[in-house]
Design a protein around this ligand. Sequence first.
Ligand code: 5GP
Length: 122
Amino acid sequence: MAYDPENIFAKILRGEIPNNTVYEDEHVLAFHDINPQAPVHVLVIPKGPYENMAVFGTEASAEEQAALVQGVAKVARLMEVEDPGFRIISNNGPDGIQEVPHLHIHVLGGRRLGGMLRRPSE
Ligand code: 5GP
């Protein structure tokens, strides 16, 4: 599937929609989730047009890939969850319940987070 340049995170990257930035560098933007699921809920995204981790992991440069991982670590430190701990989640595709088709890593923390997965009620 082709990257949709009208997705909401592409608009944030172009400055068309405001965001509450936590961290930014050449390759990465990190900002507070608009609907936080924990006291700390930050989204870390690559600046390049990558829909999901499968695309990012095969098509992004090693520099971009390293920057995303380093961005997650920097956010954990900036948000002071590195030591008590935190969780990273990246929802990919329909089964992963990915809503925004631009790769994003959720960084969640600030409290004990409970079990990892809940089955959907079917
Ligand atoms: P997904 O379900 O795709 O893994 O996560 C998308 C996330 O983006 C959700 O947690 C949602 O709250 C967040 N989100 C959606 N629209 C916006 C927005 O305009 N600004 C911010 N900061 N977060 C958003």
